[in-house]
Design a protein around this ligand. Structure first.
Ligand code: ADP
Ligand code: MG
Length: 420
């Protein structure tokens, strides 16, 4: 088993002063192992973790073959397992008993034999990955499995990818066989498509597998090439603020944006918006339908901003990084129309603090209509900043936000057995 690098998970960071402080990974592993013993009456033999992720910039670019700049966060799904006990379902190598601390009812299934539609939706992610792993030759015994997590469910920080990737890593530990990291990310993405019915891009699973401490991933969604971009300045933290709203929209906004992008690309004679430039857009300004023009302007501009932000980050040009983040938010709000009042309030509050140097930049992150903002902040102003954003957001919206800071974290890993 690999050792857990201390830098990414040992102890609490003093900067975790927000209202939802992180539990260090080794503490979480301890908690999972204890819960496993309580539930199954013996110690787990294998432990695996996979982080959630946040996207610093590059929104709604993934399905346009464009660029994204995510990082793994210090929030994890941790899974513990042992071979099924005497009361397991038959020991034929396919039976799994599954508990999650986030869900009331446990699940059980036989990998590959059951109709996944009969399973609770949350268990389908695990089932799908286990089927995929078996297809890759990872031959697992019957298992008892326990899941615990510090990634908020459905908050746009990709608890779903963390759950999938943790499952794949767990099975690598169980079988002693390794998957190619890229193939592993794709296997997890496929599970989300086929078993959870979510047509997600590759960003979440890539980041949860390939994340590295202190690094962002500049991912080219067309070639799937990755360039690591360091974010190691000890004075700079990433602040994630959850609006704690998710506006349910009536008509498939996501599908509509996708088809508008495809229509705009077709109208400009390019394979995807990745291939268009602002010059191309200017040539078609008179003929393109206004709404398609706005959607295309967002995607084309966002690709440029994302690659520029990666360059500026690597050079420590913080003012420019901040400008790009605010421009990204304005474009998502005005041209792509996927923001909402709560996200705008948070970004405006952050921007107000920019003047005294507390906030470098801020924007909505994820699909939109709720979820989280991501901000780059300076550590020495953090306590004051967090307190004032919390009280101002509550005053303006009537909602208590959840917030925490993180640094770019290591991707998925097998964990050592915690000492009892
Ligand atoms: P996000 O990935 O942004 O958190 P999704 O809607 O894509 O939101 O995925 C959330 C779903 O993933 C949950 O509703 C649940 O089905 C599943 N899930 C994630 N983490 C866990 C967990 N710890 N235990 C059980 N199910 C989980
Ligand atoms: Mg998800």
């Amino acid at each position: 088993m690999k050792d857990v690098p201390r830098g990414t998970c040992g102890g609490r960071s003093e900067a975790h002063s927000a209202n939802d402080p992180a539990i260090a990974l080794d503490e979480l592993a301890h908690r999972v192992a204890g819960e496993f013993r309580r539930r199954f009456g013996r110690s787990p033999q294998w432990l695996a973790a996979a982080p959630g992720r946040v996207n610093l910039i590059g929104e709604h670019t993934d399905y346009n073959d464009g660029f994204v700049l995510p990082m793994a966060i210090e929030r994890y799904v941790v899974m513990a397992a042992s071979p099924a006990g005497e009361d397991g379902m038959g020991g034929d190598g396919k039976s799994v008993r599954l508990h999650s601390s986030a869900v009331h009812e446990p699940e059980r299934f036989r990998v590959g034999d059951d109709d996944f539609r009969q399973l609770a939706p949350w268990a389908r992610y695990v089932y799908g990955v286990m089927v995929g792993c078996r297809e890759q030759g990872l031959d697992m015994p019957a298992l008892d499995v326990l899941i615990d997590s510090t990634v908020p469910l459905g908050g746009g920080l990709s608890s779903s990818a963390a759950l999938e990737v943790a499952t794949a890593t767990l099975l690598e530990a169980v079988t002693g066989q390794r998957l190619d990291p890229i193939a592993k990310a794709r296997l997890c993405q496929k599970a989300e498509h086929q078993y959870a019915g979510v047509p997600c891009g590759i960003m979440d699973q890539f980041t949860s597998v390939l994340g590295q401490a202190g690094q962002l991933l500049l991912l080219d969604c067309r070639s799937t090439q990755i360039r690591m971009v360091p974010l190691t300045d000890p004075e700079v933290e990433v602040l994630i603020v959850n609006t704690n709203v998710k506006h349910e929209l009536t008509g498939g906004e996501y599908a509509q944006r996708r088809s508008q992008c495809e229509a705009a690309a077709r109208a400009m004679g390019v394979a995807s918006l990745r291939d268009a430039t602002l010059d191309t857009l200017r040539q078609y300004a008179a003929t393109l339908e206004p709404v398609l023009h706005r959607r295309a302007r967002h995607v084309i501009g966002e690709n440029d901003r994302t690659t520029a932000a990666a360059e500026c980050l690597a050079r420590g040009q913080w003012a420019e990084v901040g400008r790009l983040m605010y421009a990204s938010h304005a474009s998502l709000r005005d041209d792509y129309e996927v923001s909402c009042e709560e996200l705008d309030v948070l970004v405006e509050l952050a921007q107000q603090h920019g003047s005294d140097g507390a906030v470098i930049g801020s924007r909505m992150t994820g699909g939109g209509f709720g979820g989280c903002t991501v901000s780059l902040v300076r550590k020495d102003h953090l306590d004051r900043l967090v307190a004032s954003i919390a009280s101002d957001y509550l005053r303006l919206t009537g909602i208590v936000p959840t917030m925490f800071t993180t640094r770019p974290a290591q991707g998925t890993q097998v964990l050592p057995q915690p000492v009892e």
